[in-house]
Each structure stands twice: as structure tokens, then as C-alpha cells.
Design a protein. Structure first.
Length: 203
């Protein structure tokens, strides 16, 4: 739900951005339900869709040297509308990716696999960039992003995100090192969990 300050910043673009957020949410839920609606076998633990807050967008535009306007965001960034799909198992991420690639509601522009090729800090996730029609203020289409992660990867990313935005943190070097160690341990546990599930399912 966009706050008053977000609506003011996005102006004429706000209604269309909210429509795209709804489309994303509905389509993702339908794709997941097409595989299973049973909580024990569901592909995702939960999904979350959002339009980027004005505060976060302004900061990203400033950091990247773009004009601090909604139009510049729409024209230069790919995550003004985004979704996160949180799965229990790594394998489920690739099952959801397959569903996303087969969906006609959008065009898949790029897949960034930070699971196969993690970021140096230990960040793991799979990002899928999608292109959707926009049609407001002379902008014909925009890119949006779906991030796919396991519960463990999501827990790690949430904590690491705090490091980026909190000021005056002591022992940053130690925290960065510990976070990397945890990321590797969590990735190893994610793989073990996947193997155990495969063994159980094979019977
Ligand atoms: P917020 O507050 O999370 O919405 P992309 O082009 O998006 O596929 P890339 O090149 O990493 O991937 O782009 P970017 O813009 O740096 O990252 C996009 C989003 O991915 C970020 O959004 C984060 O949500 C997530 N992300 C990427 N790298 C990291 C990381 O190292 N740690 C964490 N915790 N998250 C990361 P924002 O803009 O941070 O905003």
C-alpha cells in the first residue's frame, strides 16, 4: 500500500504502478496454485509484492546519479515494482523460474542467478527482470523484478540489508566476515535440506 508521500512522488504514475503490482501478485499466486494449494507441498512459503517507497527510490536515484524524479526511476531502474517469492527449498526456485518463463503476462528480459554465482558478500537470490506494458506519460513499457530466495537466503539478506542502511555500526569488518561465513553455512544447509527432501520423495 503506497503512503501519502509515495503517491505524491509518483504522481500520475501511481495508479498504473499499483495495477502492475496487483497483476504481479495475482499472476504469481495463480502460478504457485497451479502446482499445489496444499501448504505441505506448496512451492512458496510466502510472496510479497510492493511498489518501491519514494524514500528508497530517491536514495537509489541519487546513488546512481540520475535525476531524483519518478520518471527517471521508471526509465532507468528495474525494481520500482517488485515481488519476492520465498521458497522452502532451492529446487523450488527453479520450478518457479520455469513457471515465470512460460507466463505470457510479461516478457522475461534477464535472469540473474546469484545462487549459481553469489555476490562477493555472500548474497544469494535469483533475480528475474520482466518487461510489462506501461502506457502512462509517454512511457510505453517498464522493467520490473521478481526475486526468488529460500527462507534461509531471505533471512540472511534482511540482516545484511540492515548493515547497508544503519549508520554508526561498530566492528563492520567483523560483521561482514561473519555474514559471509553464515551465508556459506546457510547455502550448505539449503543444499542438504534439498538432498534430504529428494531422498524422502523418492521413497
Ligand atoms: P530494496 O530496499 O531491497 O528494495 P538486479 O539488476 O536488480 O537484478 P543488481 O544488479 O544487484 O540486481 O541490482 P541492485 O539494484 O543492486 O539490487 C536489486 C535488489 O536486489 C536490491 O534492492 C536488493 O533487494 C537486492 N540485493 C542485491 N544485492 C544485494 C545484497 O548484496 N544484499 C542484499 N541484502 N540485497 C541485495 P535495493 O535497491 O537494495 O532496495
Amino acid at each position: 500500500m503506497l503512503k501519502q508521500e509515495d503517491l505524491a512522488f509518483y504522481g500520475e504514475f501511481a495508479p498504473r504502478l499499483m495495477e502492475i503490482e496487483n497483476l504481479l501478485s495475482t499472476e504469481i499466486q495463480a502460478m504457485l496454485d497451479s502446482i499445489s494449494t496444499d501448504s505441505e507441498t506448496a512451492l512458496a512459503e510466502h510472496i510479497k509484492c510492493r511498489v518501491k517507497s519514494a524514500e528508497s527510490l530517491k536514495e537509489k536515484l541519487r546513488l546512481r546519479g540520475f535525476p531524483v524524479t519518478a520518471r527517471a526511476g521508471l526509465e532507468n531502474l528495474s525494481d520500482l515494482v517488485g515481488a519476492r517469492v520465498i521458497t522452502h527449498f532451492v529446487g523450488d526456485i527453479y520450478t518457479v523460474l520455469d513457471l515465470i518463463q512460460k507466463n505470457d503476462s510479461w516478457r522475461v528480459v534477464q535472469v540473474k542467478d546469484y545462487i549459481a554465482d553469489m555476490k562477493p558478500n555472500g548474497y544469494r537470490s535469483l533475480h528475474v527482470l520482466l518487461n510489462v506494458p506501461f502506457g502512462v506519460g509517454g512511457i510505453s513499457d517498464i522493467d520490473i523484478e521478481i526475486q526468488l530466495r529460500t527462507i534461509a537466503m531471505d533471512c540472511w539478506a534482511s540482516l545484511e540489508h540492515q548493515l547497508k542502511y544503519k549508520k554508526n555500526i561498530k566492528n563492520t569488518a567483523l560483521i561482514v566476515e561473519e555474514l559471509k561465513r553464515c551465508a556459506d553455512e546457510m547455502a550448505s544447509t539449503d543444499l542438504s535440506m534439498q538432498t534430504i527432501r529428494d531422498l524422502i520423495q523418492r521413497g
